[in-house]
Each structure stands twice: as C-alpha cells, then as structure tokens.
Design a binder for this molecule. Sequence first.
Ligand code: ADP
Length: 667
Amino acid sequence: FVMKTVDFSDSEDSDALPKQRSSVAYEEILRQRRRLPMYKGRKAVTEAVLASQVTVIIGETGSGKSTQLPQLLLDVDPKQRIAVTQPRRVAAMSLATRVAAEMQTGLGERVGYQVRFQAKLGLQTVLRYVTDGMLLREIMIDPNLRRYTTIIIDEAHERTVTTDLLLGLLKQILANRPQLRVVVMSATLDAETFSEFFGGARILYVEGKTYPVERFYLKAEESNLVEATVKAVEQVNSTQPTGDVLVFLSGQDEIEATAEQLHSRAPNRPNNVPKIWAVPLYAALPERAQQKAFAETPARTRKVVLATNIAETSLTIPGIRYVIDGGRRKVRVYRSKLGLDSLLPVSISQASAAQRMGRAGREAPGKCFRLYLESDYMKMAPHTEPEIALCPVSGPVLTLKNAGVDNVYEFPWIQTPNQRSVANALLQLYALGALDSAGKITKFGSKMSVLPVDPALAAVLVHAVDQEVHVRDAVIDIAACLNVPDLLLTPPVAKQGEVAEARAELFPAAAQYGDLILVKQIYDAYESLVASGAGRRDVRDWCARIAVSPRAMQSVNQIRAQLRRYLRLTRERDQADEDTIDYELIIKSFLRGYPTNTAVGLADRRYQSTVNNQPINIHPSSSLFGRRSAAIMYLEYVFTTKAYARVVSPVELDWLREVAPNLLGSK
Ligand code: ADP
C-alpha cells in the first residue's frame, strides 16, 4: 500500500471560517481553530478523505482530529450525515458540546451526541458524536447504517473490544455500500495495522507541533500513591513557573482522595505560591463538571486537573505545562471468573507513559514527573495490548450473533481473540439460553443483547421481566445499582467496623439475605430519604455513615429508567408491597445469570467453587462475612492474597440444581 505524508506547511492561511455572529468568545474559538494542524491542512485532508472509501489519519492528540475533521467535511459537502465514535461517553459529550459552540448551533440541533443512557439529538442533526457501543447497537437495527454517509472511528489506537468489532462490521458494510466513507483516526503510530486491515487504505499524517518535555522519575519507591501525588503537586506549585498541571490517576477514588487532601492543605500554603484549583476529570462525572477542566485558570492560581487515562488521548486540556503520572490505569476485566465487569488497576505501558508525558509539551516546553522508578518504567510492557486479547468475549460474541454473524470464528477480527475465550463465550451464552444448540441466537438472546449490560446480568433481567413479575421491579433496581461503579465504597480500615455496624443496624435483612438485598434496601432507604425532603447535607451524612457514594446514588435512577425503557416497561413500578417482597425469589432470579458463580459451604466457613472446586472466601466487605450458608452466589471475584467472593448472596443447593442441573454433579 502507499503511504503518503501530507505536508501542511504551505496550506493557505484562513479567512474561510464562517464569520457569523461575532462575539468575543466566538472570536476566541476561531483563533483557536485556526491554530490547529488539522485546520491548517484542511484542503489536503478533505480532498484525500473524499477521494477514497477508507482513510487512516494519524495525528497527535490535540491536533484537531475529532473536532475539526467532521466540520471540514461538512463544509465541503453539507449533505453528509456523519457519525464520530468515541470509546468514552465523556469524550462524546464533551466533543459535541465543543463542536456545537464552534458551529454556532445548539447542542442537539446540527450537532448532537448519543451515549449509553443519554442522548441529545434532533431532526436537523447532521453530526453525531456517539460512543462506539451506540453505533454497534445501531447496526443491530440498521445493518448497513444507511442513515450515515460517513463514519469516523476516533481513538482507534485504544483498541477497545467495541472499536475492534466496529472495524470488522464496517469492513463488511463497506462491501455492501460502496458510497459509505470510513475514516479511522488514531493518535499513535499504528497506521499500518488499520490500513492493511482495510486492504491498503491511504494513510495521512497530521504533523502537530510538539515541544520537548523533560522527564523525572522517583528516586525511592512511594507506597501511597495519593500522598506521593499530593507531594508532587505541592512541589511543582512551589518551585515551577506558571503553567497548569495534569495528573494521571487510576480512578475516581484516588482522584477524590487527592482533591480532598489538596483542598485541606490550602490554609498551610504560603501566600507567595499560587492557589491550587483541583479539578477532577473522570468518566462518571456529570458533563458540566467535566467542562471545568477546560475553563480558564484564574490569576495567581494553578489549575491541577486530576484525571484518569481519559486525558491521555481523548481529551486535550489547554494550558498544561506539567504532567504528573501515577503510572496506573484501570482496565475493565470481563466476567468468566468475575461475575460482572470490574475495573482493576494495572500498570500502564511505555507507549502510554510517552503519551501522558506528551500532554505537557503541547504549547511550550514542559516537564513530566513520573511517580515510579526508572526501573519500573523499564519493566512496563512496550505497548498497551488490545482489550480483546485480555478479556473473555461473551458480550462481543452475543453482539455479533445478534448482528447476524453466524460464524464468529470467521468474522474479520482486526485481532482474532483467543480461540478458547471464544469457545468459553459460546458455552456461557448457551448455558444462559442466549444461543440454541446450533449456535443460533434465541429470542431470549436477542432480548438480552439489546440491554447495555453484560450477558449474565442481561439474562437475569430478561428472565425476571418475563417470568418473575413479583420481583421484577426489585431486580431492575438492584441491576441499576450494580451498574453504577463504586456505589458501595470501601471505608478506610479504621472505619470498617463502624460502617459494618451502621449497615447491619439500618438494614438487618442483609445479614440473612446478603449483599443484593443490602443494595436494594439501601436504594429504597435513599429514595425515601430524598422523597421526605431531606436536605443535601443530611443525605450526604447518611451516605457517609454507611459508606455509600452519594454521587453514585444520584446516577442510579437514570440507569434504572433507562433499563426499564430498554426492557419496554413503560409504566412505573407495579406497586408491590415492600413488606411482602420475596427476597429469596430475587436471589433466585439472579442465579439465572450466575449459576457458575457459586460455591458450596465447607465446615470451616470456607467455600468451594462449584465449577472448579477451588477454595473461595467471603470478602470482609460483604454483609455475609463470618456467616455460614449451605451455598453462596457471588457476582464478583477478586484475588488478592486469596480468592474472595464479593456481592454475595446465600443460595440453596436445590435452586442451583433447578437452574443448572449439570453443575453440581454428584454433590
Ligand atoms: P484530537 O482529536 O486531534 O485529539 P481535538 O479535536 O479533540 O484534537 O482537540 C482540538 C482542540 O480543541 C484542543 O486543543 C482542545 O483544547 C480543544 N477542545 C476540545 N474539546 C474541547 C472542549 N470541550 N472545550 C474546550 N476546548 C476543547
């Protein structure tokens, strides 16, 4: 295939920008646009993209790929209907917001977004920023994506499972739709993989200016990352010239802890150093809070953006001169052993470390402080592995089956997943009733695949809605709670006893019925507290007492409403009498999705897995910790020093025999 570098140096300067309502703010937006390499090279880029069916564009983060390319294409051909995919919902919403401002249109008018559980779209919308998952869902309804003339797969370098699936499906769609245009955009130099996959697609390189970044490592190991981060921020603040700081942490909990500590140290900071303005930035944050990261830094203040790896390539924050890199990120680990998807912190790759460092050199020379030893860096993997290589694939396989791909082994995978994980996925889907014995998707399976949750939980929900009307609403409430990350917080060790006591006192049924029921009772109690008109402070105190995240509680209802919509439950809950609610039936309903996440009680309070006879213990965070049951079902599995079951419920062996007759064998 032919590689071609576009030279942007002699692109004409611009007066071509639309000069509509000019306000000071809009002038500023125009100035910013004109500086972007993508904008400067617009002629060459749009010509190249419009000339072929598939184009691969490589460009530094912040060079204007995501915000500019769709606009530039629309300028040339306004009849286009464009979808731009993002791995993260935050990025989709933030980009749509930004581009709506640049195009001087309201969000949801010409530009909109669609992410799981939320959309802003209208009839005039010609440009949609969507999560890759949403586009995948659209393919189920419209297999050839006839709504669009152009699909832009952004952040392709992240190689999420969903992006990989989309690329494979698009390859098939392109064969049916010669008019469809596909652009694959990546921030790293992996162009050949994509180009070869599409039979030698043209590659464009957008050259952005970058400045040198000086790099520093820790000299001695730090055991507490939050403390190390706080120290580093204070040090940068008191010793370094003006410029904002971008900190990479692994997740919300670390971010909040760091923000809190920085905040509490404010009174001790000398007057002659800048104030610190700590701004969290992570996926679960509401849109408005996310926009704070882009806001201008006030005088005599240093903005410190505390971000997850969301800021590594998908969001570009102006004004950053210093990067502090914690060296870790959270990865989504899928079912098989774990009940649900769960997020585990892992070390980043060297390629990631380089990307993070690069964030400091966008506008001027910068500095990067790595909160790990140089020897740790040497031990990091050179590249981040595609997600598909790491995780079981039952969700993706179900998606493909529902998209009409009968033989998933022959699907054009950009990277073929491990054969065994495909086989496991097929087995699990068969066991859940999503596939028939010929491997074809069942009616039950296609109902499952509509739900934006993992197949095990989807099976629970579909089954409950179809079969267990009495507990249907309760099951949905619990599923909504389980879909909010970090609803039940892990209190510091010193407080764990206190929290456990408070939970036991407020929710006595949990000691008998376990964590699913605990979650349900917490949800109900929270709802009545809010309904009773309790003030924000009271709600917060109540949440703190039982170590529940108030922010997570706020998102539960949104997810719950969405699940109900996906399940086509238009009416509000059937007024079931909460006093007569059948806890056992609720637990039994969950067993439908998690028959293999079960263990039989041994004499010494340990448990033995029903699938592989391995020992497993109830995690101390569980309301069933220290209790004995004949058997348990758990939705999460963690291995620290030993194997732990989390989100645990007691089950009866009879139920297990009923739901999964082959599982117990001779036991
Ligand atoms: P790329 O896709 O190449 O990483 P983007 O198009 O996302 O680049 O970003 C181009 C510029 O637009 C960046 O300099 C960034 O600061 C600005 N920008 C992007 N999103 C926003 C936003 N929500 N608010 C303000 N500025 C933004």
